[in-house]
Design a protein around this ligand. Structure first.
Ligand code: DHB
Length: 308
């Protein structure tokens, strides 16, 4: 009953990890591959491998998490090779170059692999954690240029990972850009809520080391923002799919994302806290919730959020 299709690929359920969580190393990726998740995504990669920022760079917080990882990753070739060798569930490859040219280069290189294996690129325009690099997703002129350049070398469907937006005019302007580019097949809403600050009163200290403690928020802090972004782009981009990410701990939040228009649902902070067994729990809960509501398929309620 939880089976659904995404860009022509059948998945056993709509759940996967959020890029960045449990998906950097071969061991991480094998754990995801053998979990109950319907699909999976790799850590955002750069052309060259990166160590990332100094630790501690992730911390649990009262209502979620804060992180400033700094793009630690094994480099594009590793994730591309993983895609070549991978069998089984649908695989997304998250690409987050340090420049336009890096993104264009990785997209060009990934295209034949995507065509042969069915893996799908998620282009990350929203990493908030590299000092000195503004988020492309918050600069609409630059974002349009990135998408034009990448789509000129990548003639297959791909997705874009977006930061949260907070202004209706920004939803309108961003959506208009995505609607110009046919290869942009889906939008993943949202990346972490950038540059929060978590403080411990006992020690009078920040929670993570990089950037004086500033980092991206995930988890319960961000659910309403994530839902607003999913629904805003679902309404504005009728030819695109939306992938929901933000604040999912159980079937309840996942159901809200799908009602708002999400086709798939990513789990970040809660996966980091609970481990890959979370997929079995959420799938079981979701089947019970659908049954209690009398729904047989995801399409029975996807995007069918009611307004007053
Ligand atoms: C990192 C964080 C992000 O939110 C992202 O989209 C990519 C990378 C990081 O700090 O590693």
């Amino acid at each position: 009953a939880l089976t659904t299709t995404f860009l022509g690929h059948q998945v056993s359920n709509p759940f996967l990890n959020a890029a960045g969580v449990l998906c950097r190393t071969p061991e991480d990726l094998l754990q995801l591959a053998s979990s109950v998740s319907g699909s999976m995504i790799t850590k955002s990669c750069t052309v060259e491998p990166r160590e990332g920022n100094p630790e501690p760079r992730y911390a649990a917080a009262p209502y979620g998490s804060i992180n400033s990882m700094g793009l630690p990753n094994l480099g594009f070739e590793f994730y591309k090779q993983f895609a070549v060798e991978h069998r089984g569930k649908l695989l997304f490859i998250s690409v987050s170059g340090m420049s336009m040219d890096e993104n264009v280069k990785m997209a060009k290189d990934l295209l034949p692999v995507a065509k042969e294996t069915g893996c799908i690129m998620e282009l990350n325009l929203s990493c908030p954690n590299v000092p000195g690099k503004p988020q492309v997703g918050y600069d609409f002129t630059t974002m349009r240029e990135y998408l034009q350049r990448v789509s000129s070398v990548y003639d297959a469907p791909f997705g874009v990972k977006l930061p949260p937006y907070f202004d209706i005019a920004h939803f309108d302007q961003a959506a208009a850009i995505f609607n110009e580019i046919p290869q942009v097949a889906f939008l993943t809403c949202v990346n972490s809520l950038g540059n929060g600050l978590v403080i411990d009163v006992d020690t009078e200290t920040v929670a993570i080391k990089p950037k004086d403690g500033f980092g991206g928020l995930g988890g319960r802090y961000i659910l309403p923002t994530a839902l607003a972004n999913v629904n805003a782009f679902y309404r504005r981009c009728p030819t695109k799919l939306v992938v929901g990410c933000g604040g999912v701990y159980s079937a309840n939040e996942a159901f809200q994302h799908i009602l708002a228009g999400a086709s798939l649902v990513q789990v970040g902070t809660a996966l980091h806290e609970e481990g890959p067994q979370i997929f079995q729990r959420v799938v079981d809960e979701f089947a019970l919730l659908m049954r209690a509501k009398g729904y047989n398929t995801i399409d029975d309620f996807k995007g069918k959020l009611k307004t007053l």
